[in-house]
Design a protein around this ligand. Structure first.
Ligand SMILES: [Zn+2]
Length: 451
């Protein structure tokens, strides 16, 4: 079905093709000046021909690409029709402005109102599809069901056209609720998935004034793009004339979009035109967002820091950092050297960083054992007994040191850490270790007193 219009395989009716070309030609030549009887019409400034296979996903509400519009160009789109009561009024308003749009029709609606589909097509608008039944959560459907929705939607709209011509290979997923499987399927069928650049919330319970405000404000925020509206909403019927008048007043231009055919070549574009705001050499800030993206991608590859990385005396620090971050320049001077005063090299080598915390843990473990197990009490029985009789804490501390040197045999739990006691005796212990040891002993003495 798509092939007949887009791929060109078994080109069905020439008549239909001619109609489409004529419609395109009419759109290209139409302008405000060429809208008979409507001097205030905005008109359609130009028509662009797109190849869905080149850009299968468009609309910055979801994707990185959008239609190749110039600044102040707008593409009008209407979803969910045809619903005669409102769709016909929308068509009248657009006709009064000689403005061409793209209609994403629902298959079941087309089946119920085939005349509505023909009216859209005969008015020169682009007929596209919007699923068969407009499921609310198409992304949660099994992929087979989602495919069926797309296929049946196209079939129903095609059936409504008298000459059997297919709709344009443009599809919009209901509620924009798409997923990878749906997008891949659309791509495989040569369909272009249309998101939008901004909605006007006209499907919500808001006033027509609000729809107008949102349409204009959101367009102004982006400067150009695809406007998403619904031709089945009364508020849209009320808001649309005002929107079109305001667009014209603000210098916006309507662009019509049609699919390429063998007889209708693609409008030449550069890839960057498919970005809403292409990076410019003159606007430096637009290039910045690429940097965090790059750094985040590189971070996963960074090696875990080694102890040697902390050697601030290394002269090639800047060079090494630059290599690891793949060329992203880092400041040459780091604040580290100014903050740190390290002991001489020999001391640093003999004093591993984790030693202090390790000692702390061992001491408190021993305290727990002494407090709970009578056997632990007995092993140190000879030493603690005289300590416990001392009333003064200072005296107890002195005695502890004396008895330890006199005993010459260290208690069992300390044997795992031969390096520590000498350091302690020198009077130059690492600060965190010393208080921990003292506290642990005083707790032990208190525990013995109680017993
Ligand atoms: Zn919809």
């Amino acid at each position: 079905m798509i092939g007949s219009v887009f791929g060109g395989g078994r080109g069905r009716p020439w008549a239909a093709l001619c109609l489409a070309v004529l419609a395109c030609f009419a759109a290209e030549t139409a302008s405000a000046a060429d809208c008979p009887g409507h001097p205030d019409a905005i008109g359609t400034s130009r028509t662009i021909v797109v190849d869905p296979r080149q850009y299968p996903l468009i609309g910055t509400m979801q994707y990185g690409k959008t239609l190749p519009l110039e600044d102040h160009e707008v593409v009008l789109t209407f979803d969910d029709g045809p619903l005669p009561k409102y769709s016909n009024q929308i068509l009248d308003i657009l006709a009064a402005h000689c403005a061409k749009a793209t209609f994403f029709l629902v298959g079941s609606q087309a089946h119920a109102n085939p005349e509505g589909v023909r009216k859209v097509r005969d008015a020169g608008h682009t007929v596209a599809t919007h699923s068969q039944n407009h499921p609310t959560g198409m992304d949660r459907l099994p992929l087979d069901r989602a495919r069926q929705e797309i296929d049946q939607g196209i079939a129903s709209v095609t059936a409504a056209l008298p000459d059997g011509t297919a709709p344009a290979p443009f599809v919009r997923i209901p509620g924009l609720r798409t997923n990878d499987g749906i997008e891949e399927y659309a791509r495989s069928k040569g369909l272009q998935v249309w998101s939008a650049d901004f909605p006007a919330d006209d499907w919500r319970h808001v006033s027509a004034g609000r729809v107008y405000d949102l349409a204009i404000q959101r367009l102004e925020a982006k400067g150009k793009g695809i406007l998403l509206l619904h031709d089945i909403q009364p508020r849209t019927v009320v808001a649309l004339p005002r929107i079109l008048r305001e667009l014209k007043a603000r210098g916006y231009r309507i662009v019509h979009v049609v699919p390429a055919t063998p007889e209708r070549p693609v409008t030449p574009t550069e890839p960057q035109q498919w970005q809403l705001h292409p990076a410019s050499e003159l606007v430096a800030i637009s290039r910045w967002p690429k940097i965090p993206k790059y750094a985040a991608a590189g971070a996963a590859a960074l090696p875990a820091p080694a102890l040697s990385d902390l050697d601030w005396r290394s002269t090639d620090l800047g060079a090494r950092a630059q290599r690891r971050t793949r060329g992203v320049p880092l400041p040459r001077q780091t604040p580290w050297p100014r903050q740190m005063t390290l002991p001489p090299e020999g001391t640093l080598a003999a004093l591993p960083v984790p030693a202090a915390s390790l000692f702390k843990i061992t001491e408190s473990t021993r305290v727990t054992m002494l407090a709970s197990a009578p056997s632990a009490h007995r092993t140190e029985g000879a030493a603690p007994a005289p300590r416990a009789t001392e009333a003064s804490a200072k005296l107890a501390g002195k005695l502890r040191r004396h008895s330890r040197s006199a005993a010459a045999q260290p208690p069992a739990p300390d044997t795992g850490h031969p390096a520590h006691p000498p350091q302690h005796a020198d009077g130059t212990p690492p600060k965190p270790a010393a208080p921990g040891k003292k506290n642990a002993r005083s707790v032990r003495v208190a525990g013995l007193k109680k017993r």
